[in-house]
Design a protein around this ligand. Structure first.
Ligand SMILES: C[S@@+](CC[C@H](N)C(=O)[O-])C[C@H]1O[C@@H](n2cnc3c(N)ncnc32)[C@H](O)[C@@H]1O
Length: 290
C-alpha cells in the first residue's frame, strides 16, 4: 500500500489500494494505511464472549481484550478521514452484557460518539399497541434470535451500532435510508416533508437472512447492515470503506453492491477464502442479471 497524498482536483482520492481483502492482523494492516485515507469504517470485532472461531481465541483476559480494542480505536482514528464515519457493531451475551459499554470507553479518547443505533434482530408488536395502521392486522413477531436457556436472563434480540466521528458534526444522508410516511397527510404538512420519505431514526430492524454462506462463520452480520451504514454516511464512487475484521466478506459485498471501494483485513485464511468465493459469486450473479 502506498503513502498518503492529497485528493486530486476532481475530488477523487489519489490511486490507492481498493477492493482487496488481505489475510493479515488488522493492526498490522491498518498501520500500513496512510493518515486520513479511508472514508468509512464498518466493522464488527470479536466480542470476546467465547465464540468458536477458526483461529481467533474469543476468550482473552478482559483487560487484554479491552487494551486491544483501544489500540484498534487509536489506529482507526489516524486512518479515518476528518469527515469520516466509524460504525462499530457490538453485542454481548446475556450473562455478560457489559461488553459493548466497556469497549466504547476505549474509543472515547479517540472519537466523538455521534449516534447510537439499535440493531433490532427480532421484535414483537401487539396489534393493540400499534394503533390504527391498516398494514398491521394482528399481533406480529418477526425476525430471529438465539433463545437463552435461563430464568434470569432475557434473550438478546438486539445489538448496538456505535457511530463514531472525529468532530461529532459529520452531516449524514438520513433520507437515503428513510421510510415512507404511514400517514400520507404529513407530506407537505411539515416544511421538510416534500416527498413520501421520513427519517428512520436510530432503531433499525434488520433480520438475519438464511443464506448458506452464513454457516461458514459463527458471527456474521446481515449485508443490509454495512449497506445502511454506508448510505447513511453518504458515498460516491471514490469512497473507500474499511472493515478491519472482514470475516467472510459481508462488508465487501455491500460495497460492491453500492459501487464503492473496500479494504478488508481478516486473520483467518479459511474466512478469507469464503469471502473471495462470495465476491466471485456476487460478480457472476451481477453479470448474469445485466
Ligand atoms: C465478528 S467477526 C466479523 C464477521 C463479519 N462482519 C462478517 O459478516 O463476515 C470477527 C472476525 O475478526 C477476525 N479476527 C480476529 N482477530 C483478528 C485480527 N487480529 N485481525 C484481523 N481479523 C481478526 C475473526 O477471524 C472473525 O472472522
Amino acid at each position: 500500500m502506498h503513502s498518503g497524498e492529497a485528493r486530486r482536483e476532481d475530488g477523487a482520492p489519489p490511486e490507492r489500494t481498493r477492493n482487496v481483502i488481505l489475510q493479515v492482523d488488522c493492526l498490522e494492516g491498518m498501520r500500513r494505511l496512510p493518515d486520513a485515507s479511508v472514508d468509512i469504517i464498518v466493522t464488527s470485532p470479536p466480542y470476546n464472549i467465547g465464540k468458536i472461531y477458526h483461529t481467533h481465541n474469543d476468550q482473552l483476559p478482559r483487560d487484554h481484550y479491552l487494551a486491544w480494542m483501544g489500540d484498534i480505536a487509536q489506529e482507526a482514528g489516524r486512518i479515518l478521514s476528518h469527515e469520516g464515519s466509524f460504525f462499530l457493531n457490538l453485542g454481548g451475551k446475556p450473562s455478560d452484557p457489559w461488553v459493548p459499554f466497556d469497549v466504547i470507553q476505549q474509543f472515547r479518547p479517540h472519537f466523538t460518539l455521534q449516534n447510537v443505533i439499535h440493531w433490532v434482530k427480532s421484535i414483537a408488536i401487539e396489534k393493540a399497541d400499534a394503533g390504527n395502521y391498516d398494514a398491521i392486522r394482528s399481533d406480529v413477531a418477526v425476525g430471529h434470535y438465539q433463545p437463552v436457556n435461563s430464568n434470569r436472563f432475557l434473550s438478546q434480540c438486539h445489538e448496538h451500532i456505535f457511530h463514531f466521528t472525529g468532530s461529532g458534526a459529520v452531516p449524514l444522508d438520513k433520507l437515503s435510508i428513510g421510510v415512507q410516511y404511514q400517514d400520507k397527510s404529513n407530506i407537505g404538512r411539515w416544511k421538510h416533508a416534500t416527498r413520501d420519505l421520513r427519517e428512520r431514526g436510530n432503531v433499525w430492524f434488520i433480520p438475519y437472512s438464511t443464506v448458506r454462506s452464513r454457516r461458514a462463520h459463527p458471527t456474521t452480520f446481515p449485508e443490509k447492515l454495512p449497506e445502511m451504514c454506508i448510505k447513511l454516511h453518504g458515498y460516491n464512487r471514490h469512497t473507500v470503506v474499511l472493515d478491519p475484521f472482514m470475516g467472510i466478506g459481508t462488508t465487501a459485498i455491500a460495497c460492491l453492491r453500492l459501487g464503492v471501494g473496500y479494504i478488508g483485513f481478516e486473520i483467518d485464511s479459511y474466512y478469507c477464502s469464503v469471502a473471495e468465493e462470495r465476491i466471485q459469486d456476487f460478480k457472476a450473479e451481477t453479470l448474469t442479471d445485466s
